[in-house]
Design a protein around this ligand. Structure first.
Ligand SMILES: Cc1ncc(COP(=O)(O)O)c(C=O)c1O
Length: 482
């Protein structure tokens, strides 16, 4: 059974939403060119000399922004993370399990490499896709650790894995010309919230393959086979998975690769595989991470996406990369380079030595963090598994649990912290009530697609002490549901 796009960029614009957007960039109604009064007040939030008064200004209340931007849904993950942060800033004792980032600091040896480069004056523009030395270190890592047949000319360094995915999709999908079919992107769900918007902004249509908690949120080769059509342009796979916290075994990925190779030979000659391996190093299931791009039959049509955010605790640095292989891989990376050249050019120049330090010398630090995540995974799974009505597979990778909590739908919460009880009609209500009444922030699963609407995402990138306190509160919350 397949689900089709949930239309994340196809929401309705309301008049109030339009009105809210009709302000200029500094939040003032009115045109910039026709202001007549200058503020003499140095305390004016806009600064002294700010020109106000807009009697001759043409009205701006009907000014629109593009449908593409207006209809894009903001990330629910970021929304819950920010709410938890705001409540904390107001002095509330909030325990947040919403952030999709390691709680560790970036290892010192990586920071030092950037500081040294900055002090040495490495502050100029660089080649768009990265300097040759750093691209070479990345390519060698991918050959050595992942078995991907690649070279430095097949590497594109971008401002985070998200940016890599964005320029990859812009280089793969077309909006259909009149009479042409829409290009399809097969996406196993639940999936990270940004894939669908990125695909749809590029002109692709998401075709979801549903998974279940009982099946560790993994697709089967049979499901994939059924989903592929002559219009399939890309297949996305994310192992280990955000939000599911599970990963495919090498054998499972090899079976999936066989289906992809056969489809590319027959029904879907334009098929490209996008393998998001951002959580490659955060694994503790007892089996190895495997890169599908290492399989010779599909290597040239696979784009591997990775980055430093999760493995090296470097989310704020914004460093991601894409890796292709063979003639098509080079063509795709070159196209991404042209796009990036018109968008951001190179990433921050003095971070290149830090990338090399991370990949060449960071392994002990990565292992230290991996072990901490493995201990937390054990701790939280042992406790959450005992909370009535919570069902989820044992986590094997990334730092998330994604329990199905639908057993509680239809109940009403007890209320608390000055809030009345709330009817729990879905995961969003569950998370709202839990945050308001017990000050615990989880992320509701609706936006992850498929059975995600029955689930909540719990990030355990936090201390074991926080895990224990948080689960105590969840138990209290669940005990109060009627
Ligand atoms: C599955 C997945 N892919 C890609 C990214 C993008 O990460 P970044 O842009 O920080 O490299 C994330 C971030 O949360 C993610 O969870």
């Amino acid at each position: 059974m397949l689900g089709h796009s949930r239309g994340r960029i196809k929401g309705k614009r309301t008049p109030s939403a339009l009105a809210g957007r009709s302000r200029d960039p500094i939040g003032h109604r009115g045109g910039l060119l026709t202001r007549t009064k200058t503020s003499p007040n140095s305390d004016d939030p806009h600064g002294p000399g700010y020109i106000s008064g807009m009697s001759n200004a043409p009205t701006t209340s009907a000014l629109r922004i593009s449908r593409r931007a207006a209809e894009l849904k903001p990330s629910v993950t970021v929304a819950f993370m920010n709410r938890a942060k705001n409540m904390k800033a107001q002095g509330m004792d909030v325990l947040s399990f919403a952030a999709g980032e390691p709680d560790f600091d970036t290892p010192k040896l990586i920071k030092d490499a950037a500081i040294e480069a900055l002090n040495a004056g490495m502050v100029k523009y660089m080649p768009t896709l990265g300097d040759a030395e750093t691209r070479k270190v990345i390519a060698e890592k991918l050959v050595r650790e992942n078995g991907i047949p690649t070279t430095l000319d097949h590497i594109a360094i971008s401002a985070g894995g998200k940016h890599s995915l964005y320029i990859a999709c812009q280089s793969l999908f077309d909006f259909p010309a009149p009479g042409e079919p829409v290009q399809e992107a097969i996406l196993p769900v639940p999936a990270w919230v940004s894939y669908a918007p990125i695909i749809e902004l590029s002109g692709g249509k998401v075709v979801e393959i549903p998974t279940t908690a009982a099946g560790d949120f993994k697709i089967t080769p049979e499901q994939l086979k059924k989903a592929i059509t002559p219009h399939t342009r890309a297949f996305f796979i994310n192992s280990p998975s955000n939000p599911c916290g599970t990963m495919y075994t090498p054998a499972e990925l090899k079976a999936i690769a066989q289906v992809l190779a056969e489809a590319a030979r027959t029904v879907a000659p334009q098929l490209v595989i996008v393998s998001d391996e951002l959580y490659e190093k955060v694994i503790y299931g007892g089996f190895d991470h495997f890169s599908i791009g290492s399989i010779p039959e599909i290597a040239e049509r696979t784009l591997t996406i990775n980055g430093l955010s999760k493995a090296y605790a470097m989310t704020g640095w914004r460093i991601g990369y894409a890796c292709g292989s063979g003639a098509f891989g080079k063509k795709l990376i070159d196209a991404m380079g042209v796009l990036q050249g018109q968008m951001t050019t190179n990433i921050t120049s003095f971070t290149y030595p830090a990338i090399r330090a991370a990949l060449l010398k960071g392994a002990p630090e990565v292992e230290r963090m991996r072990q901490a995540f493995a201990e937390r995974a054990e701790a939280i799974f042992a406790r959450i598994g005992r909370v009535p009505g919570f069902k989820c597979p044992k986590p094997t990778g990334a730092f998330y649990l994604f329990p199905d909590i639908s057993a509680h739908f239809g109940k009403t919460s007890a209320g608390g912290n000055g809030k009345a009880g709330r009817k729990i009609n879905g995961a969003m209500d569950f998370c709202e009530a839990l945050l308001e009444e017990q000050f615990v922030a989880f992320v509701p699963g609706e936006d992850f697609g498929g059975c995600g609407s029955n689930c909540v995402r719990i990030s355990f990138a936090c201390s074991i002490d926080q895990i224990n306190k948080g689960v105590d509160r969840v138990e209290k919350f669940v005990a109060g549901l009627r």
